[in-house]
Design a protein around this ligand. Structure first.
Ligand code: ATP
Ligand code: MN
Length: 463
């Protein structure tokens, strides 16, 4: 008999049906009446299934009474309406088979609540907790919603490369990819000779798929990437990972205003979809992680986003009564305390800031007529700050050439990027969204290490 998932059994409420379920024991309670309640979870939903094990079972004394948190079992029986509180249905077992034991003296996950920090040290077991199970399901639902959003709009999903020969923005520390024996790398005049390396030149892990997405946007129209990116920045914050996933749409024939409108529509649709499809998990986060979560998301879905220029934002911040750790001046890069102040104290919701000073933004952003600001946009949300960064791209060959030089980069390295502006150049725009930041926002989890299955951060790579 095939197993049926618990989520399916609970949804169908098919009283009297026979099922085989398999899962991991969360709790066992023994009743004086000569039977036991065994709660199992199989990952398909937050809720588990209560199994009633009667003393008449052949292995009741020898095995059932020895079941502990973490053991895996197979149970076959009939579904009945549950008289107890907390669940509508329960399975009256006719047979219980123990698949795997878990010695309670050494099994690290016990009934009590463990700290997230401790759970990070047991990444191989933490998905068996309520919180990490819920994160895994919500993460999956969000990935699905992201593909659905773009696919329904006719965007082409582009697989941008993970190993790259170009340093996208010239900024951001990159991880090198090499097959050299690091103790004996071939040298040429004191320098490492990368012509002898695997690719015949230096190679890195990508920090963004944007430049490659631009190539495809300028042929296919609308494309998006959704894949892993890597940054060797040594920022040990609750919002930075060394390996994280990015969503990067890129649209030809699209200006900054349309770009911002797409970003807003995108966020609203993802939030709506999670609220609709992950009700149980979202209620769990609202109850145990952040009690303002559901309200925040619901408001966000139904409200307009504030759009203002960087200059207007800085004016507001300069007049603010609040003391900031980093003082604000026109031209400075906004810190997350500033971004949060705008969202949380001033506009009470998400904010899109546009037209940033060119000095603090990447070379590829289109220059405004004032020659001081570029067509950049950051989408800022309460509690997190920046969640999306995007821009209209410079589509004028000569202007781009100058900006690459100004940024201290080698124009030769960008020959193909420049050629895109020589042959059939068109206005185009796009943005990058950190998938984990979005999950943080949706789940309320304050540390980014808790929304990715296997977090990679400076000094941490257990397995
Ligand atoms: P920040 O100032 O927060 O470091 P950034 O300006 O470096 O962000 P971008 O280069 O614009 O970020 O990257 C696009 C998006 O990727 C960001 O809006 C953010 O959501 C996400 N992001 C950037 N760096 C990280 C990181 N180290 N870990 C997780 N997400 C990140
Ligand atoms: Mn950064």
């Amino acid at each position: 008999m095939r197993r049926t998932r618990i989520a399916e059994i609970i949804a169908a409420e098919n009283i009297g049906a026979r099922y085989t379920v398999m899962g991991w024991v969360r709790t066992r309670r023994d009743s004086k009446g000569g039977f036991s309640f065994i709660e199992i979870n199989d990952g398909s939903s937050l809720a588990g299934l209560q199994i009633i094990a009667d003393q008449e079972l052949a292995n009741y004394k020898s095995e059932v009474l020895k079941l502990q948190t973490g053991c895996s079992i197979k149970a076959t029986g009939t579904l009945a309406a549950s008289p107890g509180k907390g669940q509508k249905v329960e399975l009256k077992a006719e047979e219980i088979e123990v698949l795997g034991w878990a010695d309670p003296d050494i099994y690290p996950l016990q009934k009590k609540r463990h700290s997230f920090e401790f759970l990070r040290s047991i990444a191989h077991l933490r998905p068996r907790t309520n919180t990490f199970g819920a994160v895994a399901r919500v993460r999956n639902a969000m990935a699905h919603a992201i593909h659905t959003f773009f696919q329904e709009k006719g965007f082409i999903y582009l697989h941008s490369p993970i190993i790259t020969g170009s340093d996208c923005e010239g900024a951001g520390e990159m991880f090198k990819v090499t097959t050299f024996d690091l103790n004996h790398a071939p040298e040429k005049e004191g320098d490492i000779d990368f012509t002898k390396d695997f690719f015949g030149g230096p190679a890195n892990l990508t920090v963004s798929g944007q430049l490659e997405a631009e190539i495809y946007a300028l042929a296919m129209g609308d494309v998006y990437t959704f894949g892993p990116t890597f940054r060797a920045e040594n920022s040990n914050t609750s919002r930075h990972l060394a390996e994280f996933w990015m969503v990067e749409p890129e649209m030809a024939f699209c200006d900054l205003e349309e770009n911002a409108a797409l970003a807003i529509e995108f966020l609203k649709q993802i939030f709506t979809s999670v609220l609709d499809n992950c009700k149980e998990d979202m209620e769990f986060f609202n109850r145990f992680i952040d009690s303002t979560l559901l309200k925040t998301l619901e408001t966000l879905v139904s409200h307009d986003f504030e759009i203002l220029t960087y200059t207007e934002g800085v004016d507001i911040l300069k007049k603010a009564k609040q003391k900031f750790e980093f003082p604000v001046e026109w031209g400075c890069d906004l810190q997350s305390e500033h971004e949060r102040y705008l969202c949380e104290n001033v506009f009470k919701g998400p904010v899109v800031l546009i037209d940033y000073p060119k000095e603090i933004k990447a070379f590829y952003m289109k220059m405004n007529q004032d020659e001081k600001t570029v067509r950049a946009m950051d989408v800022l949300v309460p509690k997190i700050g920046e969640i999306i960064g995007g821009s209209q791209r410079e589509d004028d060959h000569d202007a781009l050439y100058e900006r690459i030089k100004e940024a201290g980069l080698n124009t030769d390295d960008y020959w193909w990027y420049l050629e895109l502006r020589k042959f059939g150049s068109v206005p185009h725009s796009g943005f990058g969204l950190g998938f984990e930041r979005l999950i943080q926002f949706v789940t309320g989890l304050s540390n980014i290490r808790d929304v990715i299955p296997f977090p990679r951060t400076p000094g941490n790579l257990s397995f």
